[in-house]
Design a protein around this ligand. Structure first.
Ligand SMILES: [Zn+2]
Length: 85
């Protein structure tokens, strides 16, 4: 019986690895090239349509209100028109 339990655990671990690691790296969702209006820093931001807001990103339609990774100032980014994928 111990072998069966081990196989089940291994399958669960493999499935969760695929869902949480492989799918985002395969380009799941959209990639936008955003430019900070405060410091002109350009950075890539990956987002999923209909994805829930996190503590650091506020959804406003096709725009996101979030902090720049460079200067850490809050500003509005149009993620829809800046899509690169
Ligand atoms: Zn900035």
């Amino acid at each position: 019986m111990k072998e069966v339990v081990f196989v089940i655990i291994a399958v669960i671990l493999a499935a969760s690895f695929v869902i949480f690691r492989v799918l985002p790296s395969k380009g799941y969702g959209y990639l936008s090239r955003l430019t900070c209006t405060k410091c002109s820093h350009i950075f890539d931001y990956r987002w999923i349509p209909g994805g829930s807001a996190s503590f650091t990103v506020i959804r406003l339609g096709k725009k996101r209100y979030m902090r720049c990774p460079s200067c850490h100032k809050w500003s509005m980014f149009d993620v829809w028109s800046t899509r690169v994928s």
